[in-house]
Design a protein around this ligand. Sequence first.
Ligand SMILES: C[S@@+](CC[C@H](N)C(=O)[O-])C[C@H]1O[C@@H](n2cnc3c(N)ncnc32)[C@H](O)[C@@H]1O
Length: 285
Amino acid sequence: MKVSDLLSDAVRTLKASPAIDHWQADREEIESDDLLCFAMGVDELDPDAEVAAPVRRRFERMIARRATGEPVQLIKGFAVFRGIEVLSRPGVFVPRDSTEFLAEQAIRRLRGRRRPVAVDLATGGGTVALAIANEVRGVRVYGTDISREAIRVARRNAERLRLRASFAVGDLFGGLPGDLRGRVDVVTLHPPYVARGEVRELPEEIRRFEPPHTLTDRSVDGLGLVGRAAREAGGWLKRGGWLLVEVSPDRSRAAAATLRAGGFRDVRSTVDRGFKVTRVIVGRW
Ligand SMILES: C[S@@+](CC[C@H](N)C(=O)[O-])C[C@H]1O[C@@H](n2cnc3c(N)ncnc32)[C@H](O)[C@@H]1O
């Protein structure tokens, strides 16, 4: 069977799947291309190339999994985040392209600082922390997460990528060494920000494949952890250090107000011009 025919079948299957959130016009094409490249072990597809039977079967199994809602990153076992390959495992939040903007905002603020220190709260598989370690020279990076499984994956990611970052299980700032108090330049947080009552409205592919504690902190407005971070971050940041929080657009005003109430200055909502699905709220201590 030819690449082009195989892709047409796959796109049709994915478009018909009720488990997939069809929010982006060409999402099914992008994902089918991505999975076929992965199955064939190539970077680019030739539409006229013949696909060997074992590769075709492998690809069709992957498309069948995707049609159940399983994210592409879990099927492949990894995600590419700002150019680094991070493992993606069941039970640990799947890294999203939209979070690259949170990392970018942190990296911009860390570069040029003397002996910079960064803390990534709710780090999951360590994606933001590792992007910072990869792109900011001489930085010391710490990541914490309430989930043991997430920290296990974060540590494995650091090892595989040969990047220096320390990861610890802990409730927000709970896992950090005490001597970091007052010495942190940038704190990043991509929290579980879905309101308790809104989890059931999420697309099936998110509800079924992301553990609940990665989606919601069970607060009524979804900003329970943001509020705690805004109150506690001042004890860890240097004067002039930054707290950066990723939220959905409908939470951005409330999150900004939360940072101001926590004593932060220069609070703004920033948005990735290309990818407008999230906001990063920034505030200076
Ligand atoms: C939306 S995910 C973000 C993961 C990662 N930062 C990323 O962007 O890929 C939220 C993370 O918050 C973690 N989490 C939930 N409650 C927490 C808490 N009280 N303290 C630390 N981490 C927490 C979850 O385990 C999950 O990994």
